[in-house]
Design a protein around this ligand. Structure first.
Ligand code: PRP
Length: 176
């Protein structure tokens, strides 16, 4: 079996959306935020969005929270677990969670509850991709890059069995 990746969004299209999202986030009026980037998938999205936010004059602290629910398959399992915890104190702070994709919602639901329990003053959510109609728990993102069909996508941080995260574009994985 061999894989190929059919491009869905180019590097340039992604770049334009990132700038637009940063402007939207900056419109909230928050001058300082703690970014909680959900590893591993959001590392590239976060790197781009924090720099765009900086260009919009928002001051940031950046933290990473390693969560996992998929394992090495295209099927979502039910349990979300912390595989790497964050270190920054978030009590009383405005937090923005950044994740690569919102699918069943389990990951963001878990992250959002965790950060609320830890005392965040406010929590907003930015995702690069969202699959509508797939939610098994009720959660929405405040800022969305692209709404996509229910296909298995890779690139721009998203993986299949750990591969393809480094692709600068987002594409649909095709297995032959
Ligand atoms: C993926 C993705 C999101 C989550 C979305 O993470 O990065 O965090 O699944 O799915 P959900 O809405 O159904 O919870 P994954 O657990 O594969 O870990 P990874 O980021 O390390 O690839």
């Amino acid at each position: 079996m061999s894989d190929s990746v059919k491009p869905l969004y180019s590097e340039a299209e992604i770049g334009e959306r990132i700038i637009a999202m940063a402007k939207d986030i900056a419109k909230s009026g928050k001058k300082e935020m703690v970014v909680v980037s959900l590893l591993k998938g959001s590392f590239i999205f976060t790197a781009d969005l924090v720099r765009a936010l900086s260009d919009c004059g928002v001051r940031l602290q950046v933290e990473f929270l390693g969560l996992s629910s998929y394992g090495n398959s295209t099927q979502s399992s039910k349990k979300v677990s912390i595989v790497q915890d964050m270190k920054t104190e978030i009590v009383g702070k405005d937090v923005i969670i950044m994740d690569d994709i919102l699918d069943t919602g389990r990951t963001l639901h878990f992250a959002s509850n965790l950060l609320r329990d830890r005392g965040a003053k406010s929590i907003s959510v930015a995702v690069m991709l969202e699959k509508p109609g797939k939610r098994v728990v009720s959660i929405d993102a405040d800022y969305i890059g692209f709404t996509i069909p229910d296909r298995f996508v890779v690139g721009y941080g998203l993986d299949y069995a750990g591969f393809y995260r480094e692709l600068p574009f987002i594409g649909v994985l095709q297995q032959h």
